[in-house]
Design a protein around this ligand. Structure first.
Ligand code: SF4
Length: 870
């Protein structure tokens, strides 16, 4: 069987995959050794994509009002709704909210329909939440949204600075590339992040700055470089313009001591970084959501870019600021104009661009101004100004800030259309019409990764049910609205060719985004297309796409962020886990990926926890001015004092806690409109519950009547963590299936243990087991989970929750590829004196497949050595 070359479904690294179809909806996944982005490597998420292809939970047929409908009827219905709304209320009464999960062809068709034919700018994308500050920062500095770096620069840098980026978890293959550069050329690594993440395990220096003080740190660096005489004055004179008073304003409070105080960093550490930066011309500063997701996001981006421009570290090998994106095709969306703030093909809303794009599309009424950015768009839905909304491939009822407002908006909106591959999402519950879209492995088109590399994503599996490509769905609706000729696409290659031609249309070197070389690409060439990067080495000639050809230094806001927010005892930060992706509609299907983190944790400094009487694994209510939700406590000095961290992934589907979307305030950066997810005032308190427990079961009901639950996929069923305040007897009634019951009560500790067997008590199969205690310990979950896969053990073992001969406790899983737990690794490190990640790999295989757990293994080696020396 021949492997099909495609790209990963998840992050902006854009790894190439070689997938071999081995059965009905079965694939063997391997890294594509010929893809330049990853050269055969994959992280844990990419490696386990094959576990996420089942049809469980898929939307397979169009639905109108919850009832199955044919495509013709559904398309006519949608077209009529949109057309009626536009006729009665104007083009700005409708909106599309789309996704970085769309392929470029899907994005192109949607953008063209909204901006060129409906005639409104009201199409925005969930990439607004991820990297729109980088877009605004690039545009301010360079005149165009161009990422001036590639992964090759990481191979050629002498210093890599990671700012606001847990690269080891969020872009693991890029992190491994950085590790390779360290091994082969001794590249130095500095991590600037309030949290001590696993990314810091390899760093030469970690600067745990105060949340929101990045501008102060970068301005201090620029002032230091100026003082040290390492500005590139020739480059500045020839290629960069600065606003009047820029240098004078920079000097205010940018001395080393003041900066260290602003950032709450030891001056010696800050000096060490500044000196290293000053003497290392080949420096890449890589940044992601820690920079972008701030109400100062655009200024933070420009503070980084300013330093690179002023030191001439741009347009050269191994020297550039590098914004790395979260989603697989956020960059493709930027190229087509899927953000409300751009028109199309890297063009804005200036008169010339409007006229050119209108002519190119043959557009009857083109948008003449930017549309509403994500948060404002949903506000306008709630206020009734937007009356018809199309949500494509995204879940704003979970992912936007102030999801209560978003849910109100979706409830109030007269017409909500959701096109998605998943049947039941928090958002689709509000839909009047649902249209089934293809998922990863079925789609066919192109994506662009963080380094501007365009790759093919190819179909591996036939479309399930009546699911269709997103570009096809948009095309059908556009045709039904009367624009048949403008949407006469029969295949994704047709859309791609038009997108390519628009990038070159009346470009004449004015914009770097020009892929016109592909204008005549045939269908078969499109099918065989190899990955290619547009833009070469941007700005290598010192020319920038501005009117005068010069880049701009940008005067940025230096006042501390905390002065602009209400005073609460803590600051809340949010982010991703290593093995989960966004709202877990895919990774949540994988038992392997679900092992790394089974519950939403709030990470707290031990002293902050102690002040509130919170212990490890207690349940904690996190409250912000916006809302509240419950998380499991995880204590560690990885957090700064006064700062807490929660993950973004949990939804109503998996838990009634962990609802991070309820917490951030809907405050946005004034330039980019990107929400400030990284610094929300917060407080915590221990949640008072009367009992804790867990359930393992082959199936679990949708409704789980407990004060707290979090359910996660395991090998043959589910694990549900539980806590409650009421009599758990009602819970047992609600959760346990019919069957033979064995049961024991422990009145002294308020404990109950119930196992349910199919096929009789002896020789039967375990269906479910519930363990509850008010004051005692609960059994180890792992052995019990394994019992779902085999004949049930004896009732005494089941009720004890352990085998007659106890097994070693391997601890929480670190290496998901080889199922190796933390305790196993620590024992091997201590017992066999394993002093390197490679030695652990040789002994246990851990870390030898995808390598995503290598930073965790390195941390365990450090901690074990430290404990031995203590
Ligand atoms: S780093 Fe992992 S998630 Fe990101 S594209 Fe590569 S394999 Fe996929």
């Amino acid at each position: 069987m021949k492997a099909i070359r495609t790209t990963c479904a998840y992050c902006g690294v854009g790894c190439g995959i070689a997938a071999t179809v081995t059965g009905e909806r079965e694939l063997v996944i391997a890294g594509d050794p010929d893809h330049p982005a990853n050269r055969g490597k994959l992280c844990s998420k990419g490696t386990h994509l094959g576990e996420t292809l089942g049809l469980e939970g898929r939307l397979l047929y169009p639905e109108i009002g919850g009832k199955r409908a044919g495509w013709d009827k559904a398309v006519r219905h949608v077209a009529r709704k949109f057309a009626d709304t536009i006729r009665r209320h104007g083009p700005d009464s409708v909106a599309f909210y789309v996704s970085g999960q769309l392929l470029t062809e899907d994005y192109y068709a949607a953008n063209k329909l909204m901006k060129g034919f409906i005639g409104s700018g009201n199409i925005d994308t969930n990439s607004r939440l991820c990297m729109s500050s980088a877009v605004a920062g690039h545009t301010r500095a360079f005149g165009e949204d161009v990422v001036p770096a590639s992964y090759d620069d990481l191979d050629e840098a002498d210093l890599i600075v990671l700012v606001g980026s847990n690269t080891a978890w969020c872009h693991p293959v890029v992190y491994q590339r950085i590790m390779d550069a360290r091994a082969t050329r001794g590249t130095k690594l500095v991590v600037i992040d309030p949290r001590r993440t696993e990314t810091c395990e390899e760093a030469d220096l970690h600067l745990p700055l105060r949340a929101g003080s990045d501008v102060a740190l970068m301005n201090g660096l620029l002032a230091y470089c100026r003082e040290a005489g390492v500005l590139d004055q020739d480059f500045l004179d020839a290629h960069v313009a600065a606003p009047e008073g820029f240098w004078e304003a920079l000097e205010e409070g940018a001395d080393l001591w003041s900066t260290a105080a602003s950032c709450d960093l030891p001056p010696a550490d800050l000096r060490a970084f500044y000196e290293l930066f000053a003497r290392t011309p080949r420096t890449v500063t890589l940044f992601s959501q820690g920079i972008n997701q701030s109400i100062r996001g655009t200024d933070q981006v420009n503070a980084i870019v300013n330093v690179h421009l002023a030191t001439g570290r741009i347009g050269k090998p191994g020297a550039a600021p590098f914004s790395i994106t979260g989603q697989p095709n956020a960059m493709g969306g930027r190229e087509v104009g899927g953000l409300a703030s751009t028109l199309a093909a890297h063009r804005g809303f200036d008169a010339e661009s409007i006229a050119d794009v209108k002519r190119f599309w043959g557009a009857p009424r083109i948008a003449e101004k930017p549309g509403l950015k994500a948060v404002d768009l949903f506000r306008q839905v709630r206020e009734g100004r937007i009356k018809a909304l199309w949500v494509m491939a995204t879940n704003p009822a979970v992912s936007l800030p102030d999801v209560a407002m978003v849910r109100e908006a979706l409830t109030a909106c007269p017409f909500v259309l959701v096109s998605d591959c998943i049947a039941d999402t928090d958002t689709s519950r509000y839909a009047h019409v649902k249209l089934p879209a293809l998922g990863w492995g079925e789609k066919d088109g192109t994506v662009t990764n963080s380094e501007r590399m365009i790759s093919r994503q190819r179909a591996l599996l036939p479309p399930p049910g009546e699911a269709k490509p997103d570009w096809w769905i948009v095309t059908q609706v556009a045709r039904a609205m009367g624009w048949r000729d403008a949407f006469a696409y029969d295949r994704p290659a047709d859309v791609y060719r038009e997108h390519v031609r628009l990038s070159a249309y009346r470009n004449e070197g004015k914009r770097l985004f020009d892929i016109g070389g592909h204008a005549a690409i045939s269908d078969s060439e499109y099918e065989r297309m190899e990955p290619f990067r547009w833009g070469g080495t941007p700005f290598a000639d010192g020319r920038f796409p501005t009117a005068d050809g010069k880049a701009r230094l940008i005067a940025v806001e230096q006042r501390p962020l905390d002065g602009t927010l209400p005073k609460w005892p803590l600051t809340l930060n949010t982010g991703r886990y290593r093995d989960h992706w966004h709202t877990m509609t895919r990774t949540g299907l994988s038992p392997k990926l679900s092992q790394h983190r089974r519950e939403p944790l709030v990470e707290i400094h031990p002293l902050d926890a102690e002040e509130k009487g919170i212990g490890e694994r207690d349940l904690v209510r996190v409250t912000t001015p916006q809302g509240e939700s419950v998380f499991r406590a995880s204590l560690g000095e990885t957090q700064r004092r006064g700062e807490i961290f929660v993950p973004i992934h949990w939804t109503d589907r998996q838990s009634n806690g962990g609802r991070t979307g309820l917490l951030p305030q809907p405050l946005v950066d004034p330039h980019s409109g990107q929400p400030g997810f990284k610094a929300t005032p917060a407080r915590i308190e221990k949640l008072a519950v009367q009992w804790h427990g867990f359930l393992i079961a082959r199936t679990v009901p949708d409704r789980i009547p407990a004060a707290y639950f979090a359910k996660v996929r395991v090998g043959q069923g589910w694990l549900v963590e539980l806590a409650g305040t009421r009599d758990p007897a009602a819970l047992a009634q609600a959760l346990l299936p019919k069957g033979e019951r064995v049961e024991v009560a422990d009145p002294a500790r308020g404990g109950t243990r119930i196992a349910v067997l199919e096929g009789g008590e002896l020789g039967g199969r375990l269906s479910a087991a519930l363990y509850i205690t008010r004051s005692g310990r609960l059994p180890d979950r792992e052995w019990l989970i394994a019992q779902l896969a085999s004949a049930a053990p004896g009732p005494m073992e089941l009720l004890a929750g352990r085998p007659a001969v106890p097994l070693p406790d391997r601890g929480p899983v670190v290496c998901v590829c080889f199922d190796v737990g933390m305790n196993t690794i620590v024992q091997a490190i201590a017992g066999q004196r394993l002093l390197s990640v490679e030695a652990v790999g040789a002994a246990l295989s851990a870390g030898t497949n995808c390598g995503s757990c290598k930073p965790a293994i390195r941390r365990l080696i450090g901690e074990t050595k430290e404990a031995a020396n203590a």
